[in-house]
Ligand binder design. Structure first.
Ligand code: DUC
Ligand code: ZN
Ligand code: ZN
Length: 472
């Protein structure tokens, strides 16, 4: 099966070029100048299918390096299965996810990972890989980390928050970093001071402050900045590279930027919710409504200017990646667990479907360039998580994961509109997007076209990943 994507502008992390893309089977066979006779006089008439991309951008499929399908958390499970979540991702132009397999405290790492393989295998509409959450750092899990790396799970996530659930203390973090220094794993860090937060939460509840906004008020920026600083110091001490997930506080990113200026191998990720949404407007919505936006790290105050600073850090390169931290929960029976006690609201927002569209608004608003859009959503995550060459790029030999994006198109986001995630609401209700995902190809198969889903579960393959390209 051959396909020619013709007439479009290919946008990469480094530039734009008008060129046609020839896809043969699952991979990209050639990128040719329009009208080139290098591969025969009339390529369009020799291929099986032609996709007309005139006036549109042709970009590498999105790589979302941070999702939580079916995550058991907060007394319930994230509401997207691997099937519904990867289908929604495909609708939005994301062709690869990297989800977090979980080792619960007291469980064997290998058992946690096997359970994740079982959830995902045969159910994904797009390709997928795993990071491993270590819920307990000990001799066994450190040994298991070496096996993970050999098996293509080349990054582990540790938590400085959620004592009693996922939390690792500083000694455990230090040991994991020492091991990562040896085996090449990338340490991903949830950087919030969970011990301090738990005290603030208990004090707020004792004062009768139970509304969702208190989730943000009890996780002030200092708790993110302090943990970020501590994580960086431990990384410096051990020489391990460090990737800090879901950064939302401008002060924490300033600390990260300072360490980067000093030459340390530390990287930051943010998410669309921290760029667009705020403590005042969403988390502080009347009644229990704010529960829709309870996630950790929390949304930050617009009055304090975090959102603008995060866009700036995306431009300076101090923030390297935009992922979603997709962790959806319905209001009914899930978020509702926290009526009368904000600390019981399951933490998470669903965005896996909207990342490319939302970030493209950054281009429309003049916050980032087209190239930076592609770099943040696809190329850098592919490099960061050992997938580059197959993913994150349009060049011969790469997987044919390609999105045709129409800058003249329009997308109305909302639960009743373009929403395909398994949720009973949208955290992005009413967002109007200049731009539209027209065609999505995953390993050579068109999975979305003309407003129709043409993919299916089982198409997505497990990706054994290499080491991060940013380790040295
Ligand atoms: N933050 C969330 O909002 N949800 C899942 C886990 C996390 O760290
Ligand atoms: Zn986290
Ligand atoms: Zn997460």
């Amino acid at each position: 099966m051959t396909t020619l994507i013709s007439g479009g502008t290919i946008v990469s992390a480094t530039g734009q070029v008008k060129a046609d893309v020839l896809v043969d089977g699952e991979t990209i066979a050639a990128v040719v100048a329009p009208g080139s006779t290098a591969l025969g006089s009339d390529l369009a008439s020799t291929v099986d299918t032609v996709i007309d991309a005139t006036g549109k951008y042709v970009i590498p499929g999105g790589v979302d390096g941070h999702t939580h399908m079916e995550l058991p958390f907060g007394g319930t499970n994230a509401s997207d299965t691997f099937e519904t979540g990867t289908t929604a991702a495909a609708w939005g132009g994301t062709t690869t996810i990297i989800d977090f397999a979980v080792q619960r405290t007291g469980e064997r790492v290998q058992d946690g990972l096997a359970a994740w393989h079982e959830k995902a295998a045969g159910n994904c509409a797009i390709d997928y890989g795993f990071h491993q959450i270590l819920g307990g750092v000990d001799d066994d899990s450190l040994k298991a980390m070496d096996e993970l790396v050999a098996d293509g799970i080349t990054s582990v996530k540790l938590f400085m928050a959620y004592p009693g659930v996922f939390y690792s203390d500083d000694g455990q973090i230090l040991r994991a970093m020492q091991q990562a220094r040896e085996n090449g794993a990338l340490i991903m860090m949830h950087a919030e001071n969970g011990m301090a937060i738990d005290v603030l939460v208990a004090q707020a509840l004792a004062r009768g402050e139970t509304d969702p906004i208190n989730h943000g008020l009890t996780r002030p920026w200092e708790t993110e900045e302090e943990a970020t600083h501590r994580a960086i110091m431990l990384a410096r001490l051990t020489g391990a590279p460090l990737y800090i997930v879901h950064m939302s506080a401008k002060q924490a990113v300033a600390t990260l930027a300072e360490a980067r200026d000093q030459g340390y191998n530390v990287f930051g990720e943010t998410c669309p919710q921290y760029l667009y949404l705020s403590l005042e407007e969403q988390l502080g919505a009347p009644g229990f409504e704010g529960a829709k936006w309870v996630c950790s790290t929390p949304l930050r105050s617009r009055a304090e200017g975090h959102q603008d600073e995060l866009w700036r850090y995306l431009r300076t390169g101090d923030l390297s990646v935009v992922s979603t931290d997709h962790c959806p929960f319905c209001m009914k029976e899930q978020k509702e667990l926290g009526v009368g006690d904000f600390s019981k609201i399951p933490n998470g927002i669903g965005s896996v479907e909207h990342r490319l569209d939302l970030l493209y608004q950054g281009v429309v608003m003049g916050e980032i360039t087209l190239e930076r859009w592609v770099e943040l959503c696809s190329t850098t995550p592919a490099r960061m998580f050992g997938l580059y060459g197959r993913k994150g790029v349009i060049e011969p030999g790469a997987d044919a994961d390609i999105v045709v994006y129409d800058p003249q198109g329009h997308t109305s986001i909302g639960y009743e509109k373009t929403h395909h995630m398994n949720m009973d609401h949208s955290a992005w209700e009413g967002f109007e997007i200049d731009g539209h995902v027209d065609v999505v190809m995953s390993r050579g198969s068109v999975v979305v076209s003309e407003g129709e889903f043409r993919g299916g579960k089982g198409h997505g393959k497990y990706l054994k990943r290499g080491l991060s390209q940013y380790l040295h």
